[in-house]
Design a protein around this ligand. Structure first.
Ligand code: 13P
Length: 249
């Protein structure tokens, strides 16, 4: 099964200003990326400016998070309707949102249902902690996350659903997983997806966690890995360009 490659930059709470985010978006929009689909996920406040800067380019914009309700008294949150005309979809279940906003799998499931129900694309993040990795519980953790996160959704299609395998211990540490570990995780994820009737062989699985120009070859060559969700290195245009090139190769 041939799946297209996808590289998305998750800018997290960076860069410092909307003007900086707009400038970075322009640089990314001008990058050559034969054979690789590209995306960026700016902070909420920069979504409109980045979407405007990338209009007409083939770089997709994603929100970093979205609320499960359609509207109401949810201070600080974004609804799916607010993404219209700005974003192709949203990251859902990133470990930093799970950590800082208290999202559990039940909330992630509701968010995933909301994003897909709105006709948007979801990039669902799953991954184990350092302690779970050390205890060799990665497969069990991934299976449980997929089972719980998909409990609310039906009719998932490959064009609107992507899974990012992001081992928490590899995020921002400069200590990426090995390609073999990422491949094993991708196999586990697809097996778990199949149980939910998802066309798993067509679903893209990205790797995220300290992907850089130096480490990307490990993942570009890993079986079952179709791209990357890139944090820190996506803020440096040379690094990001090298990562995109590696996956396009
Ligand atoms: P880093 O690439 O900075 O490790 O972050 C990965 C990540 O969390 C992307 O969502």
């Amino acid at each position: 099964m041939s799946r297209g490659r996808l590289v998305v930059g998750n800018w997290k709470m960076n860069p410092a200003t909307v003007a900086d985010a707009t400038a970075l978006a322009r640089t990314v929009g001008a990058m050559a990326h034969p054979g690789t689909e590209m995306g960026v996920a700016p902070a909420a406040i920069a979504l409109t400016a980045v979407a405007d800067a990338l209009r007409g380019s083939d770089v997709s914009v994603y929100a970093q998070d979205v609320h499960w309700e359609v509207a109401g008294a949810y201070t600080g949150q974004l609804s799916v309707s607010m993404l219209r005309g700005r974003a192709a979809g949203s990251i859902v279940g990133h470990s930093e949102v799970r950590r800082d906003q208290g999202d559990d799998d039940a909330r992630v499931a509701r968010k995933l249902g909301r994003v897909l129900g709105a006709g948007l694309r979801a990039i669902l993040c799953v991954g184990e902690t350092e302690a779970q990795f050390a205890a060799e519980e990665t497969a069990a953790v991934l299976k449980q996350q997929i089972d719980r996160d998909l409990s609310d959704v039906r009719g998932i299609t490959a064009d609107r659903f992507v899974v990012a395998y992001e081992p928490i211990w590899a995020i921002g540490t400069g200590r990426p997983a090995t390609g073999a570990h990422a491949s094993a995780a991708a196999r586990t994820i697809r097996t778990a997806l199949r149980v939910h009737g998802v066309p798993a062989d067509a679903i893209r699985v990205l790797y995220g966690g300290s992907v850089s120009a130096a480490s990307v070859a490990e993942f570009a060559g890993a079986a079952g890995i179709d791209g990357a969700l890139v944090g820190g290195a996506s803020l440096k245009s040379d690094e990001f360009a090298a990562i995109i090139k590696a996956f396009g190769g």
